[in-house]
Design a binder for this molecule. Sequence first.
Ligand SMILES: Nc1nc2c(ncn2[C@@H]2O[C@H](COP(=O)(O)OP(=O)(O)O)[C@@H](O)[C@H]2O)c(=O)[nH]1
Ligand SMILES: [Mg+2]
Length: 454
Amino acid sequence: MNHETYDPDDRIAALATPWAESALAVIRTSGQGCIDAISPLFSADLIHQKSREMLYGILSDPHTGEALDEIMAVVFRAPGSYTGQESVELYCHGSLPGIQKILSLLFRSGFRQASPGEFTFRAFINGKMDLTRAEAVQEIISSKTGKAQSMALNRLSGSLEKRIDHFKQMAAGMAALFAIQLDYPDDEVDAPPMPMNEIRDMKRGLKELIDSYTVGKIYQEGVIIALAGRTNAGKSSLFNLFLKEDRSIVSDVHGTTRDYLESWISLGGIPIRLYDTAGLRQSEDPVEEEGIRRTREVMENAHILIYVLDGSIGLSSEEEDILRTEPSEGGKERILVWNKADISTVTPPEGAISISAVTGEGFTELEEVLRSRIFRDAAHVGSEAVVDSLRQKELLERAYSGVVKVEEAIHNGLPVDILAMDLHDVLQALGEITGEVSSSDILERMFSNFCVGK
Ligand SMILES: Nc1nc2c(ncn2[C@@H]2O[C@H](COP(=O)(O)OP(=O)(O)O)[C@@H](O)[C@H]2O)c(=O)[nH]1
Ligand SMILES: [Mg+2]
């Protein structure tokens, strides 16, 4: 979005629901005068309509008289709307040609197409929400599991903003203290003591939030897991067990899965992008060869590889070689699964989890192991405020290192005006998180990731 040319007074419109055939579609508009602009297009009286109440009517083109749709309309008078501006929302039928007609009528009636994130951008500049909440809007929309969604909802209700405000108050308190110190000459004995406890508390609190990023990122972005192993080991069977449906073709014909399949699954609320791959084996068949090439690509990109071994026939020499290599080579986690435990007569290799993709035995244990691997590097965090935006995390780190600098300066007996300068950095970074101080490129980067209609 280019808000250099951004004009908060013009009227914007966009489809807020997906561009697809559906029962209902919502068209959102915002901007001064938008009730007046839509009123001549609508059969019922919008001008005197109460704010935030649905009104039934026919939307038609005033020039041709053509009726476009039977809809419900809601007016929002400023500042009681999402954007803080006067807004009208139209609930129409989800017909693609219908939506197109209505939008083009709006564009002919003084509205322009909203840029991605422009509604939320307006909400931000009109003081309806701080940046942490604005980011949460996008995070809610893009969350893939219930848990991720409720974490983002927490941020929308201001849990993160409150934490940051708390830090800001602490820093402001310190700044006041430093200001008093400046008034005391060196030899004065009863100068107030340095705020060492506050500094310690602030460091701990900031660190906690920074650490929560690992967990926040896992819930928001998910983890990529690929099933690998030779053909017929039971990868597709295991894939289906994870999905709890028969998505992938299971067959005892070798090389059945020639391409990879992918699906989002939820592992106790953690979004997992799970890949079923073609088995790794030598093949003369060009199609299967391509499948194997893609398998390697998927394996490269996965965070965790589940290596499926066929327990009914034991390890091949190739597999033995693989087992001898470092499990986490290339920074990737590897989990060994000894499948077909229901018919296996061979002793599984050390560290492998015995399961049966057919009977489901051992599956719960596999899920447990996955969870603990996923959270291996993640610090334990409470559920209230979790950071999942890289922007926020980097600013928290800047604030943290500012506090460390203040602490060091105190230890080194540096003059108070130096402390005050370092503290200013801390306040600056915290202010950027919530958007009090924000440069235009940050805003641009943030809001342009939104979808149109948000
Ligand atoms: N008895 C038994 N058979 C299995 C198990 N997992 C897979 N199979 C069978 O092994 C064959 C190959 O399975 P599939 O999932 O297609 O293997 P893939 O080639 O690795 O995808 C099929 O006939 C499956 O029914 C298991 O745990 N126990
Ligand atoms: Mg398969």
